[in-house]
Design a protein around this ligand. Structure first.
Ligand code: ZN
Length: 163
């Protein structure tokens, strides 16, 4: 580890192809400190889902745009672009990822609640409406096990009935 800082991985989009690159991000510095300006973002102001940064005039940063994407609270992924078409392409792909995740986070719990209302059970259980084959199998297994319990109870009771 050098005291210069950390080389951070970024994927550069150029002519439709992604190339792994890295940029120098000195420890303790913000993206603003290294010459970037936040142009746009989605998510909370503090907990950003994705942010588009542009290189400030006179900055030594290697690319014109840097996109930060946070798929969860613990990580940031970086994508870079140096020409407008690549920036628009990269930014719209990242926004697509954020929109899909938001949709799943909203639709998933709502769908589970609706399913419970309609079936009277959670997704990991079955009934005759949502899985007739599995429900029939469970009913048969239950009946067989009930029959075995009744049979063993009768068998245990036999000696007493025998006197
Ligand atoms: Zn069901």
């Amino acid at each position: 580890m050098s005291n210069q800082g950390t080389m951070t991985e970024a994927w550069l989009l150029q002519d439709g192809a992604w190339t792994p690159k890295a940029f120098d991000w000195p420890d303790g510095k913000t993206l603003q400190d290294i010459g970037l300006l936040r142009l746009d973002h989605v998510g909370d102001d503090c907990i950003v889902d994705a942010a588009l940064h542009g290189r400030r005039e006179g900055s030594q940063f290697p690319w014109r745009w840097l996109i930060e994407y946070c798929p969860d609270a613990s990580q940031s992924l970086f994508f870079a672009a140096d020409d407008p078409p690549s920036m628009v392409e990269a930014w719209s792909r990242v926004l697509g990822c954020v929109a899909q995740r938001d949709a799943l986070e909203t639709i998933g719990p709502a769908a589970r609640k609706l399913f419970r209302v309609q079936h009277g059970h959670d997704l990991d259980a079955v009934c005759h409406d949502c899985d007739p084959v599995e429900a029939e199998q469970i009913a048969r297994t239950r009946a067989a096990s009930q029959a075995r319990r009744v049979a063993s109870f009768c068998a245990a009771g036999e000696p007493k009935a025998d006197k």
